[in-house]
Design a protein. Sequence first.
Length: 62
Amino acid sequence: MNAIKTARKKSGLSQCELATLIGCTQTHISSLENGKKQASTQLAKKISEVLKVDVMEILYPR
């Protein structure tokens, strides 16, 4: 499973809630989780702060 999706679900947030918190759209979150897009460094940093995970997990998933 995608690192963003895993961390988001663990945090109990919906895609829409995460998108609102970081200032993007739910569609963009979906694209990130499905591997259609890669997060910019700035966006990855915001995601990691909200989801409380290391930014490297977002930028370079295993």
